[in-house]
Design a protein around this ligand. Structure first.
Ligand code: KG4
Ligand code: ZN
Length: 356
């Protein structure tokens, strides 16, 4: 089975052709980073308009790169939420049009589920084996920071999430405070490598034992107060030290809680995915701590961690294999049913994914 996947939930227009077993035949992503950079964040209306312009060339590119004509595609999978409604509608309308014109099955995919299965897709350049189920997944991006237990491709539950900012959002805001530009994560990461993480002390958020929730807004405020008290930083070394201190606290919190999730659920497998998984400090620290704890760590290649349509096509293939498909009434949603507030993480009141 060949699935054509479409992703337009935020600021990347993506299309990909993927086999049902997860082999990626093509994965095209048109980024809008430059378009939004002057505003320091994604502008929903501009994102939707850019998706309209990009969607057909990106779809054509994905089919051409795979060497698969449309009449060999067996199904269409599309992200229908969570995300920016105007942006999502572009992908969903394109998917419906193709499904209707070609008489193909259509399946809506939860963007977060795509991310959670991103370690299960295989690319020719990095043919890693799939991760055995169940596994714990840390999804850490600009929009989401949460821990999940992934029991099968169609059964997963949230264990805990951020109470306020996503980790990537905190990276971006701190970079903005330091005048480093947008998106800030990669810049903070680069500077942190040259800094001394011990010189500046920052508060460590939500260290309560047993809690699987995150919080990054207090940390961001602490950086803002430091910057306000200090005035403009002229010394590159001082900026690097601040980046190193901030990144150190974020990374420590992310890994601490991920390992706590592995421990309490007795699952010695951890997948880290989402844009922030590109962070070098996070990767290095996760590797060390997982080795010391006997936890098998998987961090998918960068193109699989950031927003892409290959993970959506694969998640769609898994739903179709489980007998799940959608009609042309498929609607978009801005917030995820598996992103609802987690009630007292100690009780692990997990919210199962609806099976349709
Ligand atoms: O998954 P993603 O591409 O988009 C969504 O948010 O859905 O993630 C983008 C986020 C941004 O906040 C960006 O600053 C952050 O990932 N990011 C990083 C790094 N590379 C990207 N954060 C820290 N270190 C990095 N190297
Ligand atoms: Zn995403």
């Amino acid at each position: 089975m060949l699935v054509l996947g479409i992703e337009t939930s935020c600021d990347e227009t993506g299309a990909a052709v993927v086999r049902a077993d997860g082999e990626v035949l093509s994965d095209v992503v048109q980024s809008q980073v430059k378009l939004h950079a002057p505003y320091g964040g994604v502008v929903p209306e501009l994102a939707a308009r850019a998706h309209v312009q990009n969607i057909i060339p990106v779809l054509d590119g994905a089919l051409a790169q795979a060497g698969v004509p449309l009449d060999q595609v067996d199904a269409i999978a599309v992200t229908n939420g969570p995300g920016l409604v105007g942006a999502l509608l572009v992908g969903v309308q394109a998917a419906k049009a193709i499904a209707l014109a070609r008489g193909l099955p259509l399946v809506g995919v939860n963007h977060l589920v795509g991310h959670l299965l991103s370690a299960q897709i295989t690319r020719a350049a990095s043919p890693e084996p799939q991760v055995e189920y169940p596994f714990i997944a840390l999804l850490v991006s600009g929009g989401h920071t949460a821990l999940y237990e992934v029991r099968s491709p169609t059964d997963m539950a949230q264990l805990g999430q951020t109470r306020d900012d996503a980790a990537g959002e905190a990276f971006d805001k701190v970079a903005k405070l330091l005048g480093l530009g947008y998106p800030g994560g990669p810049r903070v990461d680069r500077l942190a490598a040259q800094g001394d993480p011990t010189r500046i002390k920052l508060p460590r958020p939500l260290r309560r034992p047993g809690s699987l929730e995150f919080s990054f807004s207090g940390l961001k405020t602490a950086v803002a107060q430091l910057v306000a008290a200090h005035g403009t930083y002229d010394s590159e070394q001082e900026i690097a030290d601040l980046c190193a201190a901030f990144q150190g606290v974020v990374v420590e919190s992310l890994i601490e809680k991920s390992l706590e999730a592995c421990r309490v659920r007795a699952i010695p497998r951890l997948v880290i995915t989402g844009g922030v998984a590109a962070n070098k400090g996070l990767r290095a620290h996760a590797k060390l701590r997982c080795e010391a704890s006997g936890v098998a760590l998987t961090v998918p290649p960068f193109q699989s961690c950031t927003d892409n349509a290959a993970m959506i096509a694969y998640a769609g293939a898994c739903k179709l294999s489980a007998g799940l498909a959608d009609s042309l009434d498929l609607d978009v949603f801005s917030r995820s049913p598996i992103l609802g507030a987690t009630e007292g993480t100690k009780r692990y009141r997990s919210q199962r994914l609806p099976r349709s």
